[in-house]
Design a protein around this ligand. Structure first.
Ligand SMILES: *[C@@H]1O[C@H](CO)[C@@H](O)[C@H](O)[C@H]1NC(C)=O
Ligand SMILES: *[C@@H]1O[C@H](CO)[C@@H](O)[C@H](O)[C@H]1NC(C)=O
Length: 454
């Protein structure tokens, strides 16, 4: 969570006089970004596993951001009055003079954009002094935004040795390292690495780039880059490059542009023709002689299903049961949701149906799945006309796919049958009547016979 953003000074405010009146040039401003973090205690274990956790505040001093006009007049972030309670956050002040911090704009606007931020600070390494009290400190700040941006900052903490001789050096009550007058830990960012998206999805057969970049303070040099993949408990090295050794070790289908790597710190890995076997956690490991920062990037394959329904139009010829088949093929991963609805012209809404059946899943050679769903409709129970729809939802689909079959009204509906029956009966009676009359006319009349016999 961002506690506050504080504008330090707009650099172009100095230039403003010359820019005024011309087309608006986005200003570059210096702001302080303040993040609410947690400090994961020594041992690096999560709290659930016995590691200690303490509230912390990370003040990123003087980040360069573009002022799109929405930045108001704000002042420096002021360190709050010293709070002596044991639950007071540990305040890390980080200066980004040597290494610029990426995604400063995203960090600044994270409150407005409704993104979630997580920030974890942890000790990276300590150099223990003889007395065990003072340790030169390196800290790692891991910042993650819900959009997938991941930023890792290696912070050089206060150095003990330089203040060895000062007797009044005050140590932080928790971390036992020298702190500033305000009680904060002054640090500098000396190594940063980032990825613009740590949660990627790709279609089968496409190529995708896993973003990983870094920047180092001038006193540091890159020593190696490695990309690894971790999946279902097994790990594998995909790419290795050691500075000074021209040979790179690279698995087929993968590529890192070494020129870009050395030129501008772009360590991104490109993967060609993704298959389901390429899923996993990709780890970008950037190392200097002393330090290493890693980013974990999750790659998932998501292939949407193709959906077909047959027959596409049906009608009942006689008393029978017809099975509609909804064929769903070529999707990945396995999870899929299929439902059926029915709608006749009188229905206002679609009525969902539950009497459906499924085939078992089949997996094809490319790893994708297929399934069929069946709906049986019987002339005895359904009303025609009606529309039957198969709805398919899958993670690779932005919206569900719906495919329908139309059940036509039969040639002779029940009411037509009644009318037909009535007409047939009427004809039959008429014919019978005529026949009887003719028969009677031919015969002697019974009265006459009677009369004659009298
Ligand atoms: C990250 O990648 C996913 C899937 O590949 C995509 O949906 C998402 O929009 C990307 N995020 C950003 C911030 O580009
Ligand atoms: C993320 O980085 C990759 C590779 O460097 C790039 O191709 C892509 O355009 C970037 N995406 C965004 C949203 O910046």
């Amino acid at each position: 969570m961002i506690l506050g953003l504080i504008l330090c000074c707009c650099m172009s405010a100095v230039l403003a006089g010359t820019v005024e009146g011309t087309t608006p040039v986005p200003e570059i401003c210096r702001v302080d970004v303040v993040l609410s973090c947690s400090y994961e205690g020594e041992g690096g274990l999560p709290r659930a596993f016995g590691g200690s956790q303490h509230p912390a505040t990370l003040v990123l001093r003087g980040l360069s951001v573009t002022n799109d006009g929405t930045l108001g007049d704000v002042t420096n972030y002021e360190i709050p009055q010293k709070d002596h309670s044991s639950s007071a956050p540990i305040i890390f002040e980080a200066s980004a003079q040597l290494v610029s911090i990426p995604y400063a704009d995203a960090l600044l606007h994270v409150d407005c954009s409704g993104e979630e931020v997580s920030c974890e600070l942890s000790p990276y390494s300590f150099q223990q002094e003889g007395n065990g009290l003072c340790s030169t400190s390196w800290f790692l700040a891991a910042i993650r935004l819900s959009s997938g941006i991941s930023i890792a900052l290696l912070l050089r903490g206060p150095s003990c040795t330089s203040q060895k001789d000062e007797h009044d050096v005050r140590l932080h009550p928790k971390l036992k390292i020298p702190m500033s007058k305000e009680g904060t830990l002054l640090t500098t960012v000396e190594f940063q690495s980032s990825s613009n998206n740590t949660s990627l999805r790709t279609r089968l057969g496409s190529s995708i780039t896993l973003d990983c970049r870094f920047a180092l303070a001038p006193s540091f040099l890159l020593s190696s880059l490695e990309w690894r993949r971790q999946h279902r408990g097994s790990g594998r090295s995909l790419f290795q490059y050691h500075v000074g050794n021209e040979d790179t070790t690279v698995q087929p289908k993968f590529h890192v542009d070494v020129e870009q790597l050395l030129g501008n710190g772009d360590a991104s890995l490109t993967l060609q023709e993704a298959t389901v076997d390429d899923e996993g956690m990709y780890i970008c490991l950037v190392s200097t002689a002393q330090h290493q920062i890693q980013h974990n990037i999750q790659l998932l394959v998501a292939e949407p299903p193709r959906v077909r329904m047959f027959p596409t139009e049906v009608s009942f010829e006689r008393d029978e049961t017809i099975t509609l088949t909804c064929n769903i093929a070529g999707y990945y991963p396995l999870d899929i949701s299929v439902s059926w609805t029915q709608k006749s012209p009188e229905d206002e809404v679609e009525i969902s149906l539950s009497n459906t059946r499924f085939s078992s899943h089949r997996q094809s050679r490319d790893g994708t799945y297929s399934i069929a769903s069946y709906l049986s409709i019987s002339s005895a129970t359904v009303q025609a006309p009606a529309t039957y729809t198969c709805h398919v939802s899958h993670v690779a689909l932005e919206a569900p796919i719906s495919i329908s079959t139309h059940l036509k009204a039969p040639e002779h509906t029940e009411s037509e049958g009644l009318v037909g029956g009535a007409i047939a009966t009427a004809i039959f009676i008429t014919v019978l009547f005529i026949v009887l009359r003719r028969k009677r006319a031919a015969e002697p009349k019974p009265e006459q016979l009677l009369t004659a016999s009298e």
